[in-house]
Write a protein that binds this ligand. Structure first.
Ligand code: ACO
Length: 330
C-alpha cells in the first residue's frame, strides 16, 4: 500500500502579540498564575476582521510553496477548525475560492483540538487509496473573538491564541510517510469543554436569551480536562508505538497538541522521556486548538528538531473528548 507523505508544511500567526501583562489590565490575573498553571507567556490575537480562512490561506501558501505544488493542482481541501468564518458553510470553500483552486471537494472537520490529527487520518485515507494525489490539510483558528476578557471568564481567556498551520499530502515514493493514525472519542465529557450556543438544540437556534445566559461563550471543566488529557495522551502515543513496533528510542520527537505546558510535562513524565523529546511552543503562542500541531510541526522542522528518515509522533486531545495520534516517518 502506498503511504501518504507530508511534502509541505507551513504556518501563519497574526502579528498582534498579547502578553500576560496585557491580560492583567483586563481581568484579575497575574503573569505568575498563568505561567505556573499553563506555561503561557504570550499569544497572538487577530486584529479587525481577520478570520480563520484568512490565516488558513497564509499557512496554505507556505505549505504549497514548500511542497512545490500549485494551488490548481490541489485535489481536496480539508479545513480543521471550530472557529469557521461563518456558521455554515465551512471555511474550506473559502480557501478554494480565495486561492483560485479548481472546483474540487472542500469540507470542514470539527474535532476541536484533535482536529488536525483527525484531518490527517482522513487525508491519509484519500491518498493511500489513490482517490486523490494532492490533499491540502489546514488547521486554523480564531479563538480570541469567542473569549470574554474579564475576571469571570479568565480561566479560558488566558489560554487561547489564534493561528493556522497547513500540510500538503501526496503519495510517498519510498518507506517514509504517515505510518498510522488512531482516533478516539468519549462523548460523555461533552459538557466538560464546550461552547453550547447557537445550535439546533435551541428554539430559536440563536437568541438574546442564549447570549444573556452566557451560552455563547466557551466553558471548561479544567480539572476534568487535565485529568483526562494526562491519561489519554500517553495511551494514544503508546498505541502509535505498539502499532508500528517502535520504542521511544526510535522516535526523534513527540509533537503534542499545545494545550498547556503542565499537561505536556505530565505526559513526558508518564511516558518516561525528557522535555527535549516533547516539542513545546505554547509559551509564545498559547493554545491554538486545531492549528497547534501543524504550527508546532512547521516550527520544529525549521528548527531542525527532526529531519529526513526520523520518526515523529503527533498526539492530540480535546473537546468531545476526542483524542488521537499519528506516527510519521519524515
Ligand atoms: N488567573 C487567576 N486566577 C484564575 C485564573 C486566571 N487566569 N483562572 C482561574 N483562576 C482561579 C479560579 O477562579 C479559582 O479561584 P477560586 O479558588 O477562588 O475559585 C482558582 O484559580 C483555581 O485555581 P487552582 O486551585 O489552581 O485550580 P486547579 O488546580 O483546578 O487548576 C486549571 C485550574 C489551571 C484550569 C487546571 O485545571 C488546568 O490546568 N486544567 C487544564 C486546562 C487546559 O489546559 N485546558 C487547555 C484547553 S483544552 C485542550 O486544549 C485540551
Amino acid at each position: 500500500m502506498i503511504r501518504s507523505k507530508i511534502r509541505g508544511i507551513g504556518h501563519a500567526v497574526p502579528d498582534r502579540v498579547v502578553t500576560n501583562a496585557d491580560l492583567e489590565k483586563l481581568m484579575e490575573t497575574t503573569d505568575e498564575w498563568i505561567v505556573e498553571r499553563s506555561g503561557i507567556k504570550e499569544r497572538h490575537h487577530v486584529d479587525s476582521d481577520t478570520s480563520a480562512s484568512d490565516l488558513g490561506v497564509e499557512a496554505a501558501r507556505n505549505a504549497l510553496e514548500m511542497a512545490k505544488v500549485k494551488p490548481e493542482d490541489v485535489e481536496l481541501i480539508i479545513f480543521c477548525t471550530i472557529s469557521s468564518d461563518y456558521f455554515f458553510p465551512g471555511s474550506a470553500v473559502q480557501i478554494q475560492e480565495k486561492m483560485g483552486m479548481k472546483n474540487i471537494g472542500a469540507f470542514d472537520l470539527r474535532a476541536a483540538c484533535s482536529g488536525f490529527v483527525y484531518g490527517l487520518s482522513v487525508a491519509d485515507q484519500f491518498v493511500r487509496t489513490g482517490a486523490h494525489k494532492t490533499v491540502l490539510l489546514i488547521g486554523a483558528e480564531v479563538q480570541s473573538v469567542a473569549l470574554t476578557f474579564d475576571t469571570e471568564h479568565r480561566d479560558m481567556a488566558v489560554l487561547f491564541g489564534d493561528g493556522a498551520g497547513a500540510a500538503v499530502l501526496q503519495p510517498s515514493d519510498d518507506e517514509s510517510g504517515v505510518l498510522s493514525t488512531h482516533l478516539h472519542s468519549d462523548g460523555k465529557h461533552l459538557q466538560d469543554l464546550w461552547l453550547p450556543a447557537p445550535g439546533s438544540k435551541y428554539r430559536p437556534f440563536m437568541s438574546k436569551k442564549l447570549i444573556d445566559d452566557g451560552l455563547h461563550t466557551p466553558f471548561m471543566n479544567g480539572r476534568e480536562v487535565f485529568r483526562n488529557a494526562v491519561t489519554r495522551f500517553p495511551e494514544v502515543i503508546q498505541e502509535a508505538l505498539d502499532h508500528n513496533s517502535l520504542s521511544m528510542e526510535d522516535v526523534a520527537l513527540i509533537i503534542p497538541h499545545q494545550a498547556n505546558l503542565r499537561i505536556s510535562q505530565a505526559v513526558a513524565k508518564r511516558i518516561g522521556v525528557g522535555m527535549d523529546k516533547v516539542y513545546s511552543n505554547v509559551q509564545k503562542l498559547g493554545n491554538t486548538t486545531a492549528a497547534s500541531i501543524p504550527i508546532a510541526m512547521s516550527e520544529a522542522l525549521s528548527e531542525g528538531k527532526f529531519g529526513s528518515g526520523d520518526n515523529i509522533i503527533l498526539a492530540a486531545f480535546g473537546a468531545g473528548f476526542t483524542w488521537g495520534s499519528a506516527a510519521i516517518r519524515w
